[in-house]
Design a binder for this molecule. Structure first.
Ligand code: NAD
Length: 282
């Protein structure tokens, strides 16, 4: 089994660079999918309160017989619970649903700058409490733009360990990633294969042909070589294994450059723009 590289975070902890994402996996199917991922060798699972499937994640980890310490677990705050008291209650529910006393990483899922009077700072201070009491080993953010990160830096004492943002060959999210790089915030790339959309790209197909790999493996390898953390999602056993086999080949600088050139800037974004996204589950 290949060894998964780790990335050192700004609080001294480490995170496996490859994980398994469970967005849109229906709750009843989650334990089975996570079980397949753990069997394939993944040791990092990315879930969220809003995915509704934290319980299945915890069940599969317990059933695997692996030590809790051997699996890195991330969850994220529900958009409806940014106010400090709500966040405290929601975080306790996350731990209860997972069935563990601690998560490795807890994130503010979206900044929601048009809600809560634009106040994500008190939400961040609430996450600082979870880190201080040890229930979250690390804390970070997701979908934060540069201005949001600058505001946290100006008003609080803790730099997020990661910023989890949309990032794939069609959307490099370049300024957010560059800001993270210069401020010690690791970049996690969500939708690393563009939710499947980049897989029939001519350039990616050509590089796949040249390396004898699949388009998904080439795309994930591109992220790994750029230093991003990825957690592709699949419920198909063959794809779960395929996405894991990315540490026994390398892309040349020339191949990396051809994939780099696919960036479409803002036009390549698939998901919502965090400056205006205001979804709250009802
Ligand atoms: P992804 O880029 O991982 O693509 C997933 C889709 O690609 C799946 O539907 C699957 O059918 C297909 N696929 C997977 N492997 C394949 C393969 N080898 N060949 C062909 N098709 C394949 O997209 P995602 O699930 O949106 O993102 C990954 C993870 O990122 C999520 O599961 C979640 O954990 C996280 N995420 C976070 C946010 C956020 O706001 N923080 C948003 C979206 C996703």
């Amino acid at each position: 089994m290949s060894t998964i590289p780790t990335i050192e975070l700004n609080d001294g902890t480490t995170i496996p660079q490859l994980g398994f994402g469970v967005f849109q996996i229906p709750p009843p199917e989650t334990a089975r999918a996570v079980d397949l991922a753990l069997q394939a060798g993944y040791r990092h699972i990315d879930t969220a309160e809003m995915y509704g499937n934290e319980k299945g994640v915890g069940e599969a980890i317990r059933a695997s017989g692996l030590d809790r310490d051997d699996v890195y677990i991330t969850s994220k705050l529900n958009n409806g619970f940014h106010r400090p008291d709500d966040a405290r209650r929601a975080f306790a529910e996350t731990l209860e649903a997972l069935g563990f006393e601690q998560v490795d990483l807890f994130l503010i899922h979206w900044p929601l700058p048009t809600l809560y009077d634009g106040d994500f700072v008190s939400t961040w201070r609430t996450l600082e409490e979870f880190r201080a009491d040890g229930r979250a080993r690390s804390i970070g953010v997701s979908n934060f733009q540069v201005a949001h990160l600058e505001r946290l830096a100006a008003e609080t004492a803790t730099v997020p360990v990661v910023n989890q943002v949309e990032l794939h060959p069609y959307f490099h999210n370049a300024d957010v990633r560059a800001h993270g790089e210069s401020h010690g915030i690791a970049t996690e790339a969500w939708a690393p294969i563009g939710q499947g959309k980049v897989l029939d790209d001519e350039v990616i197909e050509a590089v796949a042909e040249e390396t004898g790999r699949t388009p998904a493996q080439v795309t994930l390898r591109w992220h790994i070589q750029r230093g991003s953390i990825v957690f592709p999602k699949s419920v198909t056993p063959e794809r779960i294994e395929e996405n894991f086999r990315i540490f026994d080949f390398e892309l040349s600088d020339e191949q990396m450059g051809r994939i780099d050139a696919l960036d479409r800037g803002e036009a390549g974004r698939n998901g919502p723009n965090p400056d205006v996204f205001d979804y709250v589950p009802r």
